[in-house]
Design a protein around this ligand. Sequence first.
Ligand SMILES: *Cc1c(COP(=O)(O)O)cnc(C)c1O
Length: 227
Amino acid sequence: MIEQINTIKSCINQAAIACGRNPETIKLVAVSKTKSADMVSKAIKAGITIFGENYIQEAADKIKTLSYPNVSWHFIGHLQTNKAKPAVRLFDLIHTVDSLKLALELNKHAGKMNKVQNILIQVNIGNESSKSGIYSEKTLELVKNLSRLEYVSVKGLMTIPPFFENPEDTRPFFSALRKLKDLIIKETMPHVIINDLSMGMSNDYKVAIQEGATFVRIGTAIFGKRH
Ligand SMILES: *Cc1c(COP(=O)(O)O)cnc(C)c1O
């Protein structure tokens, strides 16, 4: 696993430099869903500092076992409104907010915990009826509504594009998310700072970096196949 982590890190650096970006602007989220606390612990020792988890209970168990300082946990799964409270308790960044209803719940619980919850808006950039995420054309309105909330801070956008064998085929979707971010920056109030783009997984993260990703979410290429 140490070897895989080093390989991914150097590929990220190379991809960034090759397209004229500062590699430090790209953060690696190691996706540890279904992987044991022991494997996560090994990944921490190999230099991983951000983990992405998809299931609240599984994440809670791991986070309790692994109390390392300087390790940050991100939620990247589908979040149900009734899990908003533990999500706020456990995660530094929630990548998958796609409705005002969910954001209001997060805002309520964050307020009670005296925390400002950082979030990304999950956009259904491929307009796939089977997928979570808000549609592109509704995103600006949602960001405007969320900018009024005191305990929620929108940091950027996230997407899971349709799957293609050939990563080149995902490029238009990544590029569309970036354009949407640029449009939102132009249209929203000055205090809304939307910088992050969470896009790119094991198969297509290099293309995502070329298109402006600031978070790449990588599971299989680090931890191996999931069962
Ligand atoms: C599982 C998952 C990933 C990681 O996918 P890999 O192909 O294993 O790198 C990334 N993002 C999300 C939202 C996921 O659910």
